[in-house]
Design a protein around this ligand. Structure first.
Ligand SMILES: *Cc1c(COP(=O)(O)O)cnc(C)c1O
Length: 366
């Protein structure tokens, strides 16, 4: 016997979603983004599953890249935020880490370093998100600096990142694409270089942004970046199923309340199922009463505040038709219950739910 809360990870689904990205963008290659512990799924396992398919992987920082190297991953790894200090440069060059270069400090550190071999650089341009990236007016000079440096591999990639690609009606994405394309058209040295614009939302919904290199992250894990159903979202296969079991069942009389603070009150004589999964297992504490929970494949509403180790669910309407018992199977999100729905009930996004998954629920890979 052991506590039944587990994260089941379907690596075939992960590979399927990567292939779907390529299918949607048949003229592109794709960096498989496995930052933040592969969005909570386990970076090493995800990288090992994707390495045979992907020409390169993407992580946020050198520590994440080194974890993959230590586990035997050999493909190039793009550091999406580049270096944080110049002492990372030799490791990056030696380990075949590609560097996002997004400000003049990073450019100067690279061209002034003494490197045993050149590093491959992705030059990120701020086309409107205003978080990272060189300013458009810096492009000519910085490209010149990089191209004339022996420390820089000649295969520079020009990149930018979208602020609102998950909003189909938002004109910001077109504006960013136009800004990028106009800059490239004007910069003498830029026209022959490969380009990269697309995160998951753009892979799914903005074909004009596909270019040579995609950077899908979230979609690889099988949920759509669009919180509402979107045309290609239903082709994704969820990778993580957070599952557990009913560990207790009880009648609760009308008027009685349930859980910490008694914030759910029975409007009728009810049956409450207690499930071994709480915020200590990554289930969002802010999930409201009514958040869907799947018990033996049937939806039932969350009833009462999420505790550290448990939640309580109103199964009154289920017991007439379903044999709910201690040990009944529960899915908190996953194959049958879209994590986006749980996120919406907790006033957050599925990215956060998956990425914040703690180590506590054992990951079981298949
Ligand atoms: C995280 C990240 C991505 C992946 O974004 P998703 O929305 O998860 O697909 C792509 N590019 C950059 C620069 C990132 O930091």
């Amino acid at each position: 016997m052991s506590r039944p809360c587990r994260a089941l990870i379907d690596l075939d689904a992960l590979r399927h979603n990567y292939q779907l990205a390529l299918e949607l963008a048949p003229n592109s290659q794709a960096i498989a983004v496995v930052k933040a512990n592969a969005y909570g799924h386990g970076a090493v396992a995800a990288a090992k599953a994707l390495e045979p398919l992907a020409p390169a992987l993407g992580v946020a920082c050198i520590e994440e890249a080194q974890e993959l190297r230590a586990a035997g991953i050999r493909k190039p790894i793009l550091l999406l935020e580049g270096i944080f200090s110049s002492d990372e440069l030799n490791t990056a060059a030696n380990e075949d880490f590609w560097l996002m270069v997004e400000n003049l400090n990073q450019v100067e550190a690279i061209v002034n370093a003494k490197l045993s071999k050149p590093v491959l650089c992705w030059l990120k341009i701020d086309t409107g998100m205003h978080r990272l990236g060189i300013l458009p007016e810096q492009l000519d000079d910085i490209l010149c600096l990089l191209k004339s440096s022996a420390n820089v591999d000649s295969d520079i990639v020009l990149a930018s990142h979208f602020a609102s690609a998950d909003e189909l009606e938002n004109p910001a994405t077109e504006a960013q694409i136009n800004c990028f394309d106009q800059l490239i058209a004007q910069a003498a040295e830029a026209s022959t270089l490969a380009q990269s614009l697309s995160n998951s939302a753009a892979v799914l919904a903005w074909p004009e942004a596909h270019r040579q290199w995609l950077r899908p992250g979230f979609m690889l894990y099988g949920a759509s970046s669009f919180p509402h159903p979107h045309v290609n979202g239903d082709r994704l296969k969820p990778v993580m199923s957070l599952v557990s079991e009913v560990i207790s069942l009880r009648p609760v009389a009308a008027g009685e309340s349930v859980g910490y603070g008694g914030n759910w009150q029975a409007q009728r004589d009810s049956v409450i199922a207690t499930i071994a999964c709480g915020y200590g297992d990554g289930y969002p504490r802010h999930a409201v009463n009514g958040t869907p929970v799947l018990i033996d494949g049937q939806e039932a509403p969350l009833a009462g505040r999420v505790s550290m180790d448990m939640i309580t669910v109103d199964v009154t309407d289920l017991i007439a038709t379903t044999d709910i018992h201690i040990g009944s199977h529960v899915e908190l999100w996953g194959k049958l219950l879209d994590v986006n729905r749980v996120a919406a009930s907790a006033d957050t996004i599925a990215y956060e739910l998956l990425t914040r998954m703690p180590a506590r629920p054992t990951r079981i890979y298949s």
